[in-house]
Design a protein around this ligand. Structure first.
Ligand code: NAD
Length: 412
């Protein structure tokens, strides 16, 4: 796995290819090379034992050229500034591909949430917002959930920000519980968007796959596996941070979920074979969805991937050297900035509903999501055809066209 430092440089290099193909003056790329703002904060939190522990938190606002910056907050022991910078950069491109009026941002805290009590998690979440409040706001920068943060965390964060402002500010954060200004459909939006994108791809490719493997069994991964299972797919392998499980006959996803609730992991599921997270990527399955962390598919294992279609629900799950190998093998890869953009699309719908003070029905949300995903997929696919490039470069080309247009319109 490459270092986080090279993740940022790699993300830049991938986008630079789009600028080169479109023959765009380097000054526009240089404007996007550095994030608009990076913030590091120290987070003193009183632990249940009475002692104060200091955590480190980050927020990177890569761009606000197309609107307020937007992106999730990740709580993870290995998060660092370079990873957050990379993810903020990707958010700028993702928000442009899915065509919502936002720039890109991302946040992170170095913490293993499994070691915190619920009260400690709440105090940490509130402290993060207290320290970041000056750079956040519904017109400035709007966070959301990411790895190991969830609607409960979003509710505490919204509450803390609202107390500071002296009135409710529901639009400061998305992914909230529905009772507190959250949107119907947001919980399943990332996976639902991934399903729409997969179906669009299968139509174009005239494929009718029946088997799938999903890495990561959280909000994105579990929900995606469940959609596939309900749709009649044989989901032959799933995994979480402890490892994976495999059954060539297909796993009963509801029962695997119940097993994970009971035991804390998917491994040990009756009737399935325990496998590693690396083995999961190489199982015999036509659809592969990495839905956990970055750089899982790399030059070491890309040659062994057997899938026909990859749906990147995770952010940055494929290292750049692997892109070329997968493309050469004829694997159709739906890139992260398209495949998982349903999450931020419905986050945008949530913010719109908060601003309007008017809640939409689940049907309205899903219909609008479908329209957005189909439109983005077709725009990206047409560029892949036109420039004879893979879908990742095509997505970057599409977003670059739009970003540069906005820069020029703003007078740069
Ligand atoms: P989550 O916290 O709900 O779940 C994360 C899952 O990944 C858990 O099942 C965890 O056990 C597993 N995991 C952690 N480390 C792992 C490892 N080393 N190998 C395999 N599995 C591991 O997080 P999530 O929201 O589902 O996010 C997963 C990915 O999807 C991330 O890359 C995130 O950035 C991306 N994503 C999420 C959303 C969203 O709306 N939730 C939107 C866009 C992208």
């Amino acid at each position: 796995m490459a270092t986080s430092e090279s993740q940022y440089e790699n993300a830049l290099a991938r986008v630079k290819k789009a600028f080169d193909i479109l023959k765009i003056d380097d000054q526009y790329f240089e404007m996007l090379r550095a994030p608009k703002r990076t913030v590091t904060v120290s987070l003193p939190v009183r632990m249940d034992n009475g002692k104060i522990r200091i955590f480190e938190g980050y927020r990177v606002q890569h761009s606000d050229l197309r609107g307020p910056s937007k992106g999730g907050i990740r709580f993870h022991p290995e998060v660092d500034m370079d990873e957050v910078k990379t993810l903020a950069f990707l958010m700028t491109w993702k928000n442009t591909v899915i065509d919502i009026p936002y720039g890109g941002a991302k946040g992170g805290v170095i913490v293993n949430t499994k070691e915190l009590s619920l009260n400690e998690l709440e105090r940490l979440s509130r402290m993060y917002i207290l320290k970041m409040a000056a750079v956040l706001g519904p017109k400035r920068d709007i966070p959301a959930p990411d790895v190991y943060t969830n609607p409960a965390v979003m509710a505490w964060m919204m509450d803390e920000y609202s107390k500071m402002m002296g009135h409710n500010v529901f639009g400061v954060i998305t992914g909230k519980p529905v009772e507190l200004g959250g949107s119907l459909g947001r919980d399943k939006a990332t996976a639902q968007g991934g399903i729409f994108a997969l179906n669009d791809a299968l139509k174009k490719l005239e494929l009718k796959p029946t088997t799938a493997a999903v890495q990561g069994f959280g909000n994105a991964g579990y929900t995606f596996a469940k959609f596939l299972f309900d749709d009649g797919f044989k989901v032959v392998a799933v995994s979480d941070s402890s490892g994976g499980i495999y059954n060539a006959e297909g796993l009963h996803i509801d029962q695997v979920w119940a097993h994970k609730q009971k035991t804390g992991k998917v491994q040990g599921f009756p009737g399935a074979k325990d496998i590693t997270n690396q083995e999961l990527l190489e199982v015999d399955a036509e659809v592969l969805a990495p839905a956990a962390l970055a750089y899982q598919i790399d030059k070491e294992n890309a040659n062994n991937v057997k899938a026909k279609v990859i749906v990147e629900l995770a952010n940055n799950p494929t290292a750049p050297e692997a892109d070329e190998i997968l493309h050469r093998k004829g694997i159709f890869l739906i890139p992260d900035i398209l495949a998982n953009s349903g999450g931020v699309a419905v986050s945008y719908f949530e913010w719109v509903q908060n601003n309007q003070g008017f809640a939409w029905t689940r049907k309205e949300v899903n219909e609008r999501l479908k329209q957005k995903m189909e439109h983005a997929f077709n725009e990206v696919y047409s560029r892949a055809q036109k420039h004879k490039v893979d879908m990742r470069l095509a997505a970057n080309i599409y977003a670059t066209e739009k970003m540069v247009k906005v820069m020029k319109l703003r007078g740069y």
